[in-house]
Design a protein around this ligand. Sequence first.
Ligand code: C5P
Ligand code: C5P
Length: 485
Amino acid sequence: MAGKDRVNEFIQETKRVSEEILKSIDRGMRILLISHLDADGISAAGILGKALIRAGATLSIRIERWMEWRIAEEVSLYAGEDLLPIFTDMGSGYLDILGAKLEKKRIIILDHHQPIGNPRENFLHVNPHLFGIDGSRDISSAGISYFIAKLMDERNSDLAHLAVVGALGDLQDKYEGRRLGGLNDIIVKDSIETGFLNVETDLLLFGRETRPVYKALAYLTNPYIPGISGEEDKCLAFLSSLNISLKENDRWRALRDLSQEEKRKLFSALHDYLISKGFKSDVAMSLIGTVYTLVREEPWTPLRDAREFALLLNATGRMGVPSLGVAVCMGDRKRAYEEALKTLDEYRQMVGKYLAWLSENSDRIEEWEYIYVLHGEKDIDEKTISTISTIISTNLPKPNKPLIAYSFMPKERVIKISARASDFLVKMGVNLGEIIRVAAERCSGIGGGHDIAAGAQIPYEQKMSFLKYVNSLVGECLMGRRNGG
Ligand code: C5P
Ligand code: C5P
């Protein structure tokens, strides 16, 4: 983590921005909040939205799938003297686009993506990277928004848990034992102190609040365990053989319902099974990790487990109904929440369908010299390619090649790329955000992101030259001929 001084400088900067926001509200300015459509972007919008409403602001919120010229143009059209645009979870990677369109306008950018270009003097730009803080692991955009919200009004510390959701949505749990660390630590502590969060070490199966245990086991994809992953019947038999009862009254038991003793038994059996299949002990140990429980949410709902909460937000964003996610963050537990639950269901089914399709069509994943390519083409919907890319990337045979997944959007005739690198590659100096940006720009597209996860949109005709160029850039980087990408 960055030195204490740099962290203090970062906090000072968030203070400056919180004061600017309060002053603008006092002057009667309206606020336009523009955020990104994934879990981090939606929770950032929820946190700041709530804080702004509490501060008496007149506010509108827009959620966008990625930064593009159109957005900057539209904002420049609306933005008069009485409107303050605030970008969250987008903007840092596209300072030149914003600069060209919003030349003289006062705007605020709160983002954790790698900054590219130079901000105009009239931009207030808060980004952890500018203070030597790792924006892909130590704080997310929801976290930056939370720091600002808390400085606007101490009461907003009751929003800290939403920043935990945002950070987990962006997979920032990279510290030992799948823990959040760095500046996220402060946010976790605030969430515990305000009585919203409980943190414990436990078996990590996705769906611990909502899925029957056998299903949660069958959904395990990282590690992918032959005879368990995707095999619900075998998981049922596995649990029965351990005398773990599957139902309580008429309700399927979820992982949350198992006693410590039952969880110990289950872990030890999984451990032995993995070893018998040739896995190393540390793979089995990766099934244990840090669980973040939102204790004020109803048990057995996706909002109770912070990782499931993040998936729900992501689902609303990807399925084109992000306002539902924002409303849930801002406290709705009625109509928007009911709708969001349905959307989550549809999204899960969609992702499941594409994963099943991919296992039948494994030739769609090609191994190139330095990269893996997942040719989603028009067979994998653009809404799910990000999630599919994350899941597939954790199961590739070689960790020394990043995954470049894409899907084709026929209406716009562009391909949407979702690229993922392993921790190993990042340690080797591969910076995917930089590689994808450079390759996208060369192929008439735009792209960027983090060292570990990046994305781009490029014209369909440029697809092969883009992939070949990325392949060669990764190769150069691994051979030390390119610095960081
Ligand atoms: O735009 P943003 O930063 O919020 O999104 C990051 C994306 O990268 C998320 O969709 C997250 O799932 C993905 N990611 C990943 N592996 C990481 C970090 C992020 O797949 N280690
Ligand atoms: O869409 P996906 O989750 O794959 O994006 C991975 C990361 O790359 C995200 O952090 C996203 O915000 C970023 N990205 C970007 N510019 C793009 C597309 C994606 O910075 N044009």
